[in-house]
Design a protein around this ligand. Structure first.
Ligand SMILES: Cc1ncc(COP(=O)(O)O)c(C=O)c1O
Length: 430
């Protein structure tokens, strides 16, 4: 933990100050740390690799080296690098048997790629409501959504907040379901001291540009079963034989080209040098924000799920209770906060009602694979009050802001306090 100088603030010190959204001075006129941060020491390897022509994993060493290092860092037996988090999810689910006409139990509060990976297999995403306090799948509600078509659970450690994995694994074991963790936002988060992404059958990660471990694009699957990871390797490489996946004859398995490139692996290995230190800074700042923000009426920081021992804050989330702010809508609160120089956003919307769902359900394949009565029942059950509430209340700060100084964190707290104190002056503005 870092010992920052502590700055105290008084909740009433902003009582007579003009909000920046109506022409007052900003609380934070400066900048925030930018992301990603380039590591010049990686340039030698990149140039050498580019000049050598060993650009793809087939004749290069870097992707395999990254896989070994990432597995070690995460405490997993094996790692397979992929082109992206989406292709990691697609590969993992396919290898664990998710197929056309199956159902996958999944958290609705996530990036849309989670849903798309299920649709890719022509399976039905069955949404389990979100616990608005934790931002995560409510594990007590999984059982009620299981049908004879359910084959897997896809819990999402959204924002780097660990899901209660004992809760997930117990239901999975009882009902013979596979577990694929969507850890695409959760590198080095911990549940009961173990890393997220190592707690189910397979765990998937994203290394897209905004991520804590960025490479422009990239992904990985972690697992402890050699045969399953060999199968993933085969699946992500056009179905070519690999390890225990012997030629049968020729290609033993259906697959795609979901391979990582050498340049991605070099960037990732250089970024790996900083991730643990960065996560410590994010954690220290997030814990500070937790303590300070909960003192402000109407601001409710996330609650860690049972068993979660470390979050990594891909975004720092809290809930905004507008009733405490004179019913000022969330969107206006966000605009006021941005005007104070504190970037933030409103989190995910109720994507379980997004257009792509009906587009999929009305497609030729889904009509063939699912009965009309099943699809209609799915529509009737697609009511998620916990998720709807969270979508209305969530506000998030970007991970790179948590790499700022303690005085930056005080500016966040002070800006929200200022808005709270002056909430009445927001009522009249459009
Ligand atoms: C929760 C979640 N799942 C899946 C993905 C997909 O990862 P990628 O963008 O690398 O395909 C992302 C990426 O943002 C994500 O945040």
């Amino acid at each position: 933990m870092i010992n920052w100088p502590l700055t105290s603030f008084s909740i009433s010190s902003f009582g007579k100050v003009k909000l920046a959204i109506i022409g007052g001075d900003k609380v934070h006129p400066g900048t925030w740390p930018s992301w990603p941060v380039w590591d010049q020491s990686a340039e030698k390897d990149i140039i050498e690799m580019l000049r050598s022509g060993r650009w793809w994993r087939g004749n290069g060493e870097y992707v395999a080296e990254f896989e070994k290092k990432y597995a070690e860092l995460m405490g997993a037996k094996r790692c397979l690098a992929t082109a992206s988090g989406t292709t990691a999810l697609i590969t993992a689910m396919g290898v664990l048997g998710v197929d056309g006409g199956d159902e996958v139990l999944v958290s609705p509060y996530t990036f849309i790629a989670t849903y798309n990976a299920i649709f890719f297999h022509k399976a039905l995403p069955v949404f389990v409501d979100t616990d608005p306090e934790t931002f995560l799948i409510d594990t007590n509600k999984i059982k009620a959504r299981i049908t004879d078509r359910s084959v897997a659970i896809l819990p999402v450690h959204i924002y780097g907040l660990p899901v209660d994995m004992d809760g997930v694994n117990q239901v999975a074991k009882k009902h013979d379901l596979k577990v694929v963790e969507d850890a695409c936002q959760a590198w080095l988060a911990e549940y009961k001291g173990k890393k997220t992404g190592t707690l189910g059958d397979l765990g998937c990660f994203s290394f897209q540009n905004s991520k804590h471990l960025p490479a422009g694009e990239g992904g990985a699957i972690l697992g402890n079963d050699d045969e399953i990871i060999d199968r993933c390797h085969s699946a992500h490489n056009c179905g070519r034989p690999y390890g225990s996946m012997k030629a049968s004859p020729g290609y033993p398995y259906r697959g795609g080209n979901f391979r990582m490139q050498q340049s991605q692996a070099i960037i990732l290995m250089s970024q790996m040098k900083r991730i643990e230190k960065d996560n410590d800074i994010r954690l220290a700042n997030a814990l500070y924000l937790d303590k300070k923000l909960k003192e402000i009426p109407g601001i409710v920081p996330y609650k860690l799920a049972n068993g979660a021992t470390r979050s990594v804050y891909h975004l720092y989330p809290f809930r905004y209770i507008k009733e405490e702010f004179n019913n000022v809508p969330k969107e206006k609160f966000i605009r006021a906060l941005v005007a104070e120089g504190v970037p933030c956003s409103g989190g995910y919307g109720p994507q379980n009602k997004d257009g792509l769902i009906e587009e999929a359900l009305n497609s030729k394949a889904y009509k063939r694979l699912f009965s009309e009565s099943r699809l209609n029942k799915w529509r009737e059950e697609n009511h998620l009050p916990g998720n709807d509430q969270l979508c209305k209340e969530a506000v998030t700060f970007y991970q790179s802001m948590l790499l700022g100084s303690r005085s930056d964190m005080d500016d966040i707290v002070n800006a929200i306090t200022k808005i709270y104190e002056n909430r009445n002056s927001l009522v009249g503005i459009p």
